[in-house]
Design a protein around this ligand. Structure first.
Ligand code: NI
Length: 226
């Protein structure tokens, strides 16, 4: 399932983050790549231990925890600290797949990458090209979102970033291990939760809403791994 989550960060937060990101020292993006992806990757990233990456990463972490759509769609068990990339002057990232397992820096822990997220820090008018192209079983999807918006998609997808031919594309990206490994199960839980929320807004906690909520939790109990 791919999900566009609008307004994860406010305009003011985006402006403040961009000021810090534009002033930061960027390095070759291949610091975090596996050998195969490195052949296709031309961009820059913030070093993981950079002050700016940590500060904005914390802000993103708080925004995610407070975002009901992200929580419902990703059912996060653990998320790696956000990384940041910058593409300009023709930089791009060819079709690749992300590693299934990622180390969480400084902890000795690893997570399974179930859900990939890109949070945009550039508005679409600021740059040409730079579309995130995600290929899944339902076809090819092209993503270019307003700054502060986020796209969530299965980490199992092949994906690429088109060359940026004007301006700069600045974004954050990160991986989440979900409590529910299967993308299909997560999708069904998300749809059920959304329907329950809609019904609940219309009729309050009616006996039917309570019963459906019980079904939701029983399915989650069946499928969740902690
Ligand atoms: Ni990738």
């Amino acid at each position: 399932m791919m999900l566009h989550i609008p307004g994860v960060l406010t305009r003011d937060q985006v402006v403040e983050c961009r000021r810090a990101l534009d002033a930061a020292d960027w390095v070759d993006g291949n610091v975090t790549s596996g050998a195969q992806a490195a052949q296709f990757k031309r961009n820059r990233q913030l070093p993981q231990d950079s002050q700016v990456a940590r500060a904005i990463g914390q802000l993103i972490g708080q925004a995610l925890a407070a975002n009901p759509l992200f929580m419902s769609a990703a059912l996060p068990y653990a998320t790696v600290p956000p990384l940041f990339n910058r593409y300009e002057g023709g930089e791009h990232f060819g079709l690749h797949v992300d590693n299934a397992i990622r180390a969480v820096p400084g902890t000795g822990e690893r997570i399974r990458t179930d859900v990939s997220t890109t949070l945009f820090f550039s508005d679409p008018e600021e740059y040409d090209g730079g579309e995130l192209i995600v290929v899944d079983t339902y076809g090819t999807h092209e993503v270019k979102l307003p700054a502060g918006d986020m796209i969530v998609y299965p980490s199992s997808s092949l994906h690429r970033v088109e060359p940026v031919t004007r301006g700069a594309r600045v974004a954050s990206f990160f991986w989440t291990q979900s409590m529910v490994r299967s993308d299909w199960h997560r999708h069904m839980l998300f749809e059920l939760d959304s329907t329950i929320q809609t019904l609940r807004a219309k009729q309050g906690d009616s006996p039917e809403v309570v019963a459906l909520t019980s079904h939701y939790h029983n399915l989650l109990r069946e499928w969740a791994e902690l």
